[in-house]
Design a protein around this ligand. Structure first.
Ligand SMILES: Nc1ncnc2c1ncn2[C@@H]1O[C@H](COP(=O)(O)OP(=O)(O)OP(=O)(O)O)[C@@H](O)[C@H]1O
Ligand SMILES: [Mg+2]
Length: 343
């Protein structure tokens, strides 16, 4: 469990910080104009932490993950302001070549659409073993093909793939979606990067496979000190594996805090709605469709707090002025209920 740093509001870097995102603003630009998808987003991830990014569909989670890895298509995406600092380097200032060197061994992502992680023209086994060989080269250890194959098979078994030998001989399009997702996760695990971003890692997997996967991810974090960012709309999943959680809404961070605290004592009315939608006693069950009301249209956001049209605690000021993200206890919250300036 980690303490929330005083710095995390600004995502500033200190010696333990592996990654910080500072004031990141991203628009998607099209012929009909532009839409702001990330608005002044700041976060910090310490070495060894598992950090969750939680929010409804369209809140900007994938855009944030892709931006961190330097994988946003620009255009249509345009980074308006901000920096993304990984091990002291602002990634937004690096060339594509320099970024490509950091991706893989340093930081890696399991994409939401896992089909994109695999090359359609090579068999799964060839791709997994190639990743293994690349990592041996990087770590300057001897590459032993038999040992590599055994380890790949073991990893696939741990991910509940029942006939791993057969899977190695298949092309990606011959696998089911859930199977492809697990192969993509295996690929990322083999690379054992310092920072692993997983975008909706459990989507399409049944409850049993989900719990095995979470166990494996926990091991990866504890044994190999892989720092992780888990992007998900599934709050129970996030609280199960993460140390800390950021809650996103309409491209903004609305709350940050220790994962257990966020689940037990959510501060923001939006987080409260997310938590109350989790069926009690069925921790593995998927969350209900929540919270009440329509998810926001990013092209027509309301004045003031962006959650105000759906908020049960709405006050006059909420429709007039957007609150700042302020410290509350050991966490952060963007809500007038917790801001002294509302008095
Ligand atoms: N390539 C694109 N061009 C234009 N708009 C885009 C593009 N990709 C995403 N968007 C828009 O950006 C917003 C945020 O999308 P994003 O995929 O980051 O959300 P998300 O939180 O990951 O959602 P989900 O939970 O459904 O995966 C959405 O309104 C989406 O329509
Ligand atoms: Mg997404």
């Amino acid at each position: 469990m980690s303490l929330v740093s005083q710095n995390s509001e600004l995502g500033e870097h200190d010696s333990q910080t592996l990654l910080s995102v500072n004031h990141l603003t991203v628009d998607y630009v099209s012929l009909d104009g532009h839409v702001r998808v990330l608005n002044d987003v700041s976060l910090a991830v310490k070495s060894g932490e598992v950090v969750g990014i939680v929010g409804e569909s369209g809140s900007g989670k994938t855009t944030l993950g892709l931006a961190i890895l330097g994988l946003l298509d620009t255009p249509p995406a345009t980074i308006r302001t901000g920096e993304i600092v990984f091990e002291g380097k602002n990634l937004l200032k690096l060339s594509q070549n320099e970024l490509a060197q950091i991706r893989g061994a340093q930081m890696s992502i399991v994409l939401q659409e896992s089909v994109e992680a695999l090359n359609p023209v090579y068999k799964v086994g060839f791709q997994l073993l190639e990743a293994f060989e690349a990592i041996s080269k990087h770590e300057k250890t001897r590459y032993d093909p038999t040992n590599a194959r055994n380890q790949v098979l073991k990893l696939l078994e741990e991910l509940c793939i029942s006939q791993p030998e057969a899977v190695l001989e298949k092309y990606p399009h011959e696998l089911s979606g859930g199977m492809r997702k697990r192969v993509a996760i295996a690929m990322a695990i083999i690379q054992r990067p310092k920072l692993l971003v997983l975008d909706e890692p459990t989507t399409g997997l049944d409850a049993y496979v989900q719990s095995r996967l979470l166990k494996l991810l926990k091991q990866l974090n504890q044994k190999y000190k892989v720092t992780m960012i888990i992007i998900t709309h599934d709050l129970p999943l996030a609280t199960n594996i993460c140390d800390r959680i950021y809650v996103m809404y309409a491209g903004r961070i609305l709350e940050e805090g220790d994962a257990k605290r966020v689940l037990k004592l959510p501060l923001h009315p939006y987080t409260k709605a997310l938590v109350s939608a989790v069926p009690t006693g069925f921790e593995d069950a998927p969350p209900l469709q929540v919270p009440p009301g329509e998810p926001p249209d990013l092209k027509r956001l309301p004045n003031g707090c962006k959650f105000n049209p759906r908020c049960p605690n709405k006050m006059k000021i909420c429709e007039e002025k957007e609150p700042q993200l302020v410290q509350h206890g050991r966490g952060l919250v963007r809500c007038w209920l917790y801001d002294d300036k509302n008095t």
